[in-house]
Design a protein around this ligand. Structure first.
Ligand code: UGB
Length: 598
């Protein structure tokens, strides 16, 4: 206490709290008053931020840490007493009558929705230096993830209004959770692109704070090795999003506005919006309080498995069990082989893709009780088997999909399974790691993410009656992938399968070496065959019919090596570049009705 500078009364309280919580070591090295006073004050400013950003403050954080560290030391299994079994949920088939009905229902409901994008992660596994939201989801048009997400939400807004018989005032809000690592570049990306067409007031950034690191099992807070007046901090995980939404006051604001659904999604899934209308339709039809979007999952694939857990005391919950925990849990409960594929070739536990749809009303009720605190875990790396000291400091973590863990059994928790080709193509792994993925398991790389867009668009058009040539196999950055025609379209051209069917007529065909980019809302493809590259742009007020036969040398995929630094990183990580040799480019900038016959 002797060595404290003059502090505000709040700071004195914080100092007392730290001492009472056994954290005197934080001040042990402080010199006498008058020396380093400014640093000492910054220390308290940091403590104050750490205290304010955790539900229950640092006292709770330290208490929770002690308890979780003791459990970890004792080797306590968080799933003790629980038996896993395969849950039942909605399994959708793309393009059938039920799917089309659900897409319409979901589109209608979208006017009552808000979107929350968790984008605080840096993507260490991908090894890309920038923010992942700025990465192109495909390089035919170069559209980045954030632009695609925003354009999808805007398209949904328009489509939902059209179905709402007159109430066309809807603005669908977008919240982006950032972190110290991603906040500034995310804001810059938005500002330098005029928010990709959204109003700036429609987008809100919420920055998550990191949490204090812990040096030992007694939860002594760790000092930053490079700054003795700072507590070392690390990310707390995407679970922070719930507490942030609650403390920001946004939830009650949305409630007052009569909104009904909160849709959470992640930073790099270029297919996601193809799955959103139908899954929101499921939430609405089933009255789900929680709906997790899932895909068939290969055993041991690095995505969590949706599992029904039944406790010996009778409690049950349907919850994501993280990929590193599912296998040991199964082995410990009588499944000697752990997580293995069944006769379908997939694990019986569907893969969580961390797209959650929560019903706002029960969500708020729950958060009023919890403040948004989510069940946490700790993952210390111990020096040896005595588990008394750590190799490096650790911290508590939490995941957004653990939200249902505190819900009462009466809560309606469900999930919706869709085909992977339609719903899930994240970009998480660097080329080297992706090339090592066991054969048959997805690469989750920039290469596979881009190819998945072309495959999905090709398959959707095929289902709508367009003749699409079969893909060829090729290897980029050591990963064998199917290369389909490079077909892309703006979300405003088509969001749902019904939209696609309205935009393509009979007798269309696209060859494998082709590229087709549709950038206008009212572009109709009718009796059109493409063998080469066609790019059609049109303002919303231009109605354009494209017909006939387009043939040119087109755009060619050229192999490049990811180590070749003459290409920018976002290209290198794909293993190919596009050589734009020849194309037919149509551009309609005036309102009116047009027909182009080639
Ligand atoms: N994120 C944050 O916003 N803040 C953080 O502190 C950390 C991350 P990862 P992860 O869909 O494939 C999740 O790192 O956590 C954002 C699910 O837990 O990409 O390994 C980050 O920006 C898992 O069950 O994934 O695994 C990104 O947008 C499975 O569903 C998002 O959180 C898996 O995703 C996810 O972060 C998946």
């Amino acid at each position: 206490q002797r060595n404290l500078p003059v502090l505000s009364s709040d700071q004195v309280e914080l100092a007392r709290m730290l001492l009472a919580e056994g954290q005197a070591h934080l001040f042990a090295h402080w010199p006498e008053p008058g020396v380093d006073d400014q640093n000492k004050r910054s220390f308290f400013e940091q403590v104050s931020r750490l205290n304010a950003s955790y539900p229950g403050g640092l006292v709770s954080y330290i208490k929770n840490a002690r308890s979780l560290l003791a459990d970890s030391k004792a080797g306590k299994n968080p799933y003790d007493g629980f038996t896993p079994s395969v849950p039942s949920g909605e399994i959708l088939t793309f393009g059938d009558a039920n799917f089309i009905m659900l897409e319409e229902e979901g589109t209608k409901e979208a006017r009552n929705a808000v979107f929350v994008l968790v984008a605080g992660g840096l993507g260490e596994r991908l090894g890309y230096k920038g923010i992942k939201l700025a990465l192109p989801l495909e390089t035919t048009t170069g559209t980045c993830f954030l632009q695609h997400y925003i354009e999808s939400i805007l398209a949904l807004q328009v489509a939902s209004c059209k179905l709402s018989q007159g109430q066309c005032e809807t603005i669908i809000p977008l919240v982006i959770m950032t972190s110290d690592d991603t906040h500034v570049p995310t804001l810059q990306l938005l500002e330098s692109n005029s928010y990709f067409g959204m109003k700036d007031t429609q987008v809100k950034l919420l920055k998550q704070e990191k949490v204090a690191c812990l040096d030992d099992n007694d939860a002594h807070l760790a000092l930053d090795p490079n700054d003795k007046y700072r507590i070392q901090t690390k990310p707390h995980g995407h679970g922070d999003v719930h507490a942030l939404l609650y403390s920001s006051g946004l939830l009650s604001q949305w409630q007052k506005e009569g909104r009904k659904w909160v849709l959470f999604f992640q930073d790099t899934n270029g297919l996601l919006f193809k799955a959103i209308p139908a899954s929101l339709g499921v939430s609405s039809m089933k009255g789900y309080h929680v709906n997790s979007l899932a895909v068939p999952r290969k055993a041991k694939e690095a995505i969590g498995g949706i599992t029904k857990l039944t406790h010996t005391d009778g409690r049950t919950m349907v919850i994501n069990v993280e990929y590193n925990q599912l296998d040991p849990l199964l082995r410990a409960t009588g499944h000697a082989d752990g997580d293995v594929n069944c006769e379908t070739g997939f694990s019986p536990y569907p893969g969580n893709i961390n797209q959650l749809i929560l019903q706002l009303e029960p969500y708020i009720e729950e958060l009023k009780k919890t403040g948004g605190a989510i069940a946490e875990f700790v993952n210390p790396k111990y020096k040896d088997s005595t588990k008394t000291s750590f190799k490096s400091s650790t911290r508590l973590e939490c995941m957004m999909q653990d939200y249902p863990k505190t819900l009462p059994p009466s809560a309606r928790v469900g999930f919706t399974v869709m085909d992977t080709w339609l719903a899930y193509a994240p970009v998480k792994n660097n080329p080297e790691d992706a090339a090592k993925v066991p054969k048959g398991n997805p690469y989750h790389s920039a290469t596979s993410g881009e190819m998945a867009i072309y495959r999905a668009n090709s398959l959707i058009l095929r289902k709508a009656g367009v003749q699409i040539a079969d893909p060829v196999l090729d290897v980029f950055n050591g990963q064998e992938v199917e290369v389909w025609p490079r077909i892309t379209w703006k979300p405003k051209w088509a969001l749902t399968f019904s939209d696609v069917k309205k935009k393509v007529g009979d007798g269309c065909s696209i060859s494998q070496r082709s590229t087709v980019a549709v950038k206008g809302q009212n572009v109709f493809l009718d009796g059109l065959s493409v063998d080469g590259t066609l790019v059609v742009s049109a303002i919303d007020e231009a109605e354009v019919k494209v017909t006939g036969s387009v043939k040119n040398k087109g755009w060619i995929l050229k192999h490049i090596d990811y180590k070749d630094c003459s290409f920018p990183e976002e290209i290198r990580i794909r293993g190919f570049t596009i050589d734009k040799v020849d194309q037919l480019e149509l551009n309609y900038t005036e309102p009116g009705k047009f027909e182009f016959r080639s």
